[in-house]
Design a protein around this ligand. Structure first.
Ligand code: IFM
Length: 805
């Protein structure tokens, strides 16, 4: 893939010029023109910037009565209120807020011609641009061009700059730069922060002063969040104007007032640093020192380090889809938000269901991270995957406590958690009809333990990271296996059963023998056995490794569990009694905006075969090679017709499986649906933040479904299914540290290039099992070399040939 670094200014650019240019290739830009009242909150989610440590919604800098700005710092949770003790991610002070006045008239978008306002998410550079020609009611035109970013190179750093040019007047300008607790998001009523510094008098400022600080504290969890800020105005042909300040215990406002001349350019530059008591015991001093240290250098250095960090990530994460502009945008947008959501240096946090882009689901962590997002990181940035899986190992004690509290051995991960790993799923929720309903996922969606275990093994297959396996992976695998060994009970039919759980299909509660749970639990047992054998073969000792007697029991259970197969040919019954429920065909209800369970009502839904989201289809995907070809398609087509996609996690999995089955019309339809979840707000709730799992699912559908990539310890196999209208489909992934580029062309060829330094066995096939020596299509992809194969009329692939590509 080409080096996607953005264009840079030359070193000789004047100081009042912006330190970076907007990316010129429109394929990297997500542009919002004007101001759409109905869409504003979803735009703020879609155009959020972040770096996994801190994330900020794409709200208008100058605000509006409709704006819902919010900044979140990963791991900063507090009780929602004294009445509601369920923890929520805290909205920290809004650092992006700017207020401007020209000759006493406030800069506002709402009294302006909206056509000259654009917000541009520059995904290549991780920057949100604002390009606005402001015409005030008295006819004064000002060109405003600027951007904000959360540095990917130094995650504590936030940077904002705005270039202002009076186009038809000379006058007086006042600019206020706020860091303000009062500007909390109006989207939700989350925990309130309290002032941590009361003294303000000695924080008044003079030119050349030190950075100003604002520190606030969470009430119940006693976490401190400190900002340090410094701003200045750089102008043509004159020295910079330092800002003065107004400080209160909850606000930090820097103010600059100056005369402006027509045609001249003035640039506001703001540098902020954020540190918390999760990072050190001295966050206020750290924020201040950090800010001071960066301020003495040119901002260009800071911005270049940031864009270079993005370029490095894109080198492996970019997906090219030539021939479908919308899907191209969606693929990049998904990767952009996934990169923005994770901090590989902090294994003390995970990724919330909405990342750091909104307060939906109170910022809680779900299986969304492990099953839907981690594969993206495993294949494109293993340190991020390692951190997220290490988070699970760090919370293993909490998972063991949860299992014990339910009378079970081993580890049961929380269905919803925060940094502690304790269960925080709310016990009740407000149903769409206004009634309060019990929420049972916290106790019943036990499949999460098997989901985490599955992801651990996938990570090890791709990376060969034995150190991780010894320290973190194997303990997870053993303890989750112990949980399942305790949960499986032998029935009179000689099979092992699990009672009273909930599968991914949340429309059916308290079911027995959820197929997804049973199959994934059995896989968990097999993977724990594999880890024990593998580590023994490497003479690696792991604490609490299973003795032979325990292993024999795991083997027995994995071989004799209730599969749901048998009574109905190739069909796996989703849970006991599912196939006797009232049948339903979702296509009979036609196109609809309202979810089907709402149309039918909760009670009726429970008595039907309506499935909320990919469940047996999810198992078909994850355990592909455990099912025969006929079982895969029988189950997909049976359940697809009965799935309402009431969860954003569902369409991508359907796209993936349909692509693997070679059903391209169906695969494309679901891919489009998956890609529209936030970009077209097709679930109606993008305002609450990006659906991070849907983004991870989209990436998986593209790479594992259309690209047909299968994960092996011994190399890479593929079974691509690429739509003919895509002129080119390309992506990269890392196998054992070596980057491989995949490129599918419209001549039905696939080319693989080894960009690393390790030879990689490659072959065609859709089996998860390792290659066999006899396979004719096998080849060794040597470092620096490319191999090409052509799809024949029969559907088979030609032998690999060396190419110069
Ligand atoms: O984890 C999901 C679940 O599968 C469906 N409801 C929403 C949760 C958070 O995204």
């Amino acid at each position: 893939m080409d080096n996607p670094a953005g264009e840079r200014h030359s070193v000789s650019a004047p100081p009042w010029a912006l330190p970076v240019d907007i990316t010129s290739d429109p394929g990297w830009l997500y542009v919002e023109t004007g101001f759409n009242l109905a869409r504003e909150h979803e735009i703020e989610s879609l155009q959020a910037v972040g770096n996994g440590y801190v994330g900020s919604r794409g709200a208008l800098a100058e605000g509006s009565p409709l704006s819902a700005p919010a900044t979140f710092v990963a791991g900063i949770f507090d009780q929602s209120s004294s009445l509601d003790t369920n923890p929520a991610l805290v909205v920290v002070p809004d650092w992006m807020n700017l207020r401007g006045e020209i000759d006493g008239v406030e800069l506002s978008l709402l009294d302006d011609d909206l056509a000259h306002n654009r917000r541009i998410l520059d995904m290549r550079q991780g920057i949100l641009w604002r390009d606005w020609i402001r015409t005030s009611p008295d006819g004064k035109k000002t060109r405003i061009l600027g951007f904000r970013l959360c540095s990917l190179a130094d995650r504590h750093v936030l940077y904002q700059t705005v270039l202002m040019t009076p186009l038809n007047y000379s006058g007086h300008l006042r600019v206020e730069s706020h860091v303000d607790r009062r500007l909390h998001s109006k989207l939700r009523h989350g925990p309130e922060l309290e002032p941590a510094l009361s003294e303000t008098a000695d924080r008044q400022t003079k030119p050349g002063r030190e950075p100003l600080t604002l520190a606030l504290r969470t009430k119940a969890t006693d976490l401190l969040v400190a900002f340090a800020a410094r701003s200045r105005i750089v102008q043509e042909e004159a020295s910079p104007i330092e800002a003065g300040a107004e400080l209160t215990p909850t606000t930090l406002i820097e103010i600059a007032e100056f005369d402006v001349r027509q045609g001249k350019t003035y640039r506001l530059e703001r540098l902020l640093t954020v540190h918390t008591s999760r990072d050190s015991e001295t966050p206020i001093a750290d924020a201040s020192r950090h800010n001071e240290a960066i301020s003495v250098r040119d901002a260009r250095v800071l911005v270049e380090a940031h864009t270079a960090a993005w370029a490095e990530r894109w080198a492996c994460a970019d997906i090219v889809i030539e021939g479908d502009e919308f899907l191209q945008l969606a693929a990049r947008h998904a990767a952009y938000h996934l990169i923005s959501a994770c901090n590989p240096d902090d294994a003390g946090v995970s990724i919330a269901a909405k990342g750091l882009t909104g307060g939906g689901y109170r910022g809680h962590y779900f299986w969304d991270t492990d099953t839907f997002m981690v594969p993206f990181y495993t294949f494109t940035h293993p340190p991020s995957a390692r951190a997220l899986l290490t988070f699970r190992s760090r919370t293993l004690a909490a998972a063991k406590t949860k299992a014990a509290s339910m009378g079970h051995a081993g580890a049961l991960f929380a269905w919803e958690s925060t940094t502690s790993g304790e269960e925080v799923t709310p016990l009740r929720a407000l149903a769409p009809d206004g009634t309060i309903i019990p929420v049972v996922c916290g106790w019943q969606e036990q499949h999460i333990s098997a989901d985490v275990a599955y992801t651990v093994v996938q990570y090890h297959r791709m990376t060969g990271d034995d150190a991780f396996l010894v320290e973190h992976g194997a303990p997870i695998l053993f303890e989750t296996a112990r949980f399942w060994a305790d949960r499986f009970t032998e029935g009179a039919d000689g099979r092992f059963h699990i009672e009273k759980v909930q599968g991914p299909d949340e429309y059916h509660e308290g079911v027995d023998d959820s197929a997804y749970t049973n199959w994934m639990a059995a896989e968990n047992l097999r993977n724990a056995l594999w880890a024990a054998d593998y580590l023994a073969s490497k003479a690696k000792r792991v604490q609490d490794a299973p003795p032979e007697e325990e292993r024999a029991r795991w083997r027995d259970m994995a071989g004799r569990f209730h599969t749901g197969l048998g009574k109905h040919g190739n069909l796996i019954e989703q849970h006991n009694g599912f196939l006797a429920l009232d049948d339903i065909d979702v296509y009979d209800y036609g196109e609809r905006v309202m979810p089907l369970d709402i149309i039918l009502g909760r009670e009726r839904t429970r008595h039907t075969q309506l499935v909320k989201q990919a469940d047996v289809v999810m198992l078909t995907y994850l355990l592909w090679n455990r099912l025969t070809e006929s079982q895969r398609s029988a189950n997909f087509y049976y359940y697809e017709k009965r799935t309402g996609h009431g969860s954003s996690l569902s369409p991508s999995v359907h796209a993936l499986v349909a692509a693997r089955l070679g059903d391209m019309p169906m695969a494309l339809r679901y891919l489009r649906q998956a890609s529209q979840i936030d970009l077209a707000n097709n679930m109606g709730n993008a305002a609450g933040g990006m659906h991070m799992a849907a983004l991870g699912g989209l990436w998986q559908a593209l790479v594992f479904g259309f690209g047909g990539v299968f994960t092996h310890a011994g190399g890479i196999s593929l079974q691509p299914h690429v739509p003919e209208m895509w002129k080119r489909f390309a992506f990269s992934l890392l196998w054992r540290g070596t980057k491989v580029n995949f490129s599918y062309e419209s001549d039905r060829s696939v080319t693989l290039r080894n960009d690393g330094n390790k030879a990689i066995p490659v072959w065609f096939g859709d089996s998860n099992t390792d290659r066999t020596a006899e396979r004719a299509e096998e080849a060794m992809l040597e470092p620096g070399r490319s191999l090409r194969s052509l799809r024949q009329g029969t559907g088979a692939w030609s032998n690999w040939e060396e190419t110069k590509a």
